[in-house]
Design a protein around this ligand. Structure first.
Ligand code: SF4
Length: 308
């Protein structure tokens, strides 16, 4: 990365009172210039806490939308247009309304990886880090619809001891992480502890022989686990961008991705140069209109109140 780009970004950040938030799945050079790197919940929280006037959100569109919902008074910029998410795109508000009409008594839990319109139709939001607690907090006599990620929903339901009706959606990166990939990687790296994201398609069906050394975590959970684990080697089953933060925090430990080619194309289109352009020209503003934001904020606030 050119020094000049970094210097210009730093200068503009000061002049405009701006902050850069980057998701763990972006390139290392993007995370390196960010004021804060995190998962979608961590970044949303930061967006709510910051006193900056401008937030440059190095992540996909729904994440920038969440920042706008939480901080409606801030200007939220995204460095690239049309940064879609295969998971969030699995369900629209209209499809969700149709689904709900078949289960009029059910409550809807939506993974935070969903559009503002879908959140606005939901009763609760959840993240991969708190999905189990959110399900446990719902009264036992309530039927639960869970969308859009079927793998996260199946895993969280099993952990929470609840029955849920799943929307059959998934993220293309994590859906590819199946049982045969896990077994092959575990055989190649027999000394590694396995950290797997619940969006992975085999998260709810870990084979008996691997259960003892496999942990299912959100990306933030993986970071916490590694910090306290006595183990030195880890096999990571999520988007490999997370390896940058893991390595930064634990230079003495070894990390290997379950498949280093399984990347999120949208996240990887973000570059420092595009962040610079976003800051300079204040282009691609993501703004959720007030009425929609008010509706979408409710399930997010319910989630946060469960996980205080
Ligand atoms: S990794 Fe998957 S869920 Fe995350 S932003 Fe990319 S497509 Fe969406």
């Amino acid at each position: 990365m050119e020094r000049q780009v970094i210097d210009e970004i730093q200068q503009l950040k000061k002049e405009k009172n701006a902050v850069i938030l980057a998701h763990y799945y972006t390139w290392p050079e993007v995370q390196a210039i960010a004021d804060f790197s995190g998962d979608s919940l961590g970044l949303s929280r930061k967006a709510g806490e910051t006193d900056a006037d401008i937030i440059v959100f190095a992540g996909v569109e729904f994440m920038a939308e969440t920042a706008s919902i939480i901080s409606p008074e801030k200007k939220v910029l995204i460095p690239e247009g049309n940064l879609g998410c295969s998971l969030a795109d699995c369900i629209t508000a209209e499809k969700l309304r149709n689904w709900k009409s078949q289960y009029p008594e059910a409550v809807v839990v939506s993974y935070v990886n969903s559009t503002a319109e879908v959140k606005a139709e939901s009763d609760y939001c959840c993240t991969s880090g708190n999905a189990v607690n959110v399900l446990k907090a719902i009264p036992e006599d309530k039927q639960i619809l869970f969308c859009p990620d079927a793998n996260l929903g199946a895993w969280a339901a099993k952990e929470a001891g609840r029955e849920v009706i799943l929307w059959k959606g998934g993220c293309h990166v994590h859906v590819a992480m199946n049982l045969s990939m896990l077994k092959k990687a575990a055989a190649t790296y027999p000394d590694h502890e396995i950290l797997m994201h619940p969006e992975a398609s085999c998260s709810a069906e870990i084979p008996e022989e691997l259960k003892e050394k496999t942990y299912i975590y959100s990306t933030a959970g993986m970071i916490k686990h590694v910090a306290v684990s006595a183990k030195k080697k880890f096999l990571i089953a999520t988007e490999p961008g997370i390896l940058y933060e893991l390595q930064q925090q634990n230079p003495e430990k070894e990390f290997v991705a379950i498949d280093s080619f399984l990347v999120c194309g949208s996240m990887k289109t973000i570059t420092p140069e595009k962040i610079l352009a976003a800051l300079k020209y204040e282009t691609r503003v993501v703004k959720v209109n007030d009425e929609l934001a008010a509706k979408a904020r409710k399930p997010i606030e319910r989630m946060i109140s469960i996980n205080r």
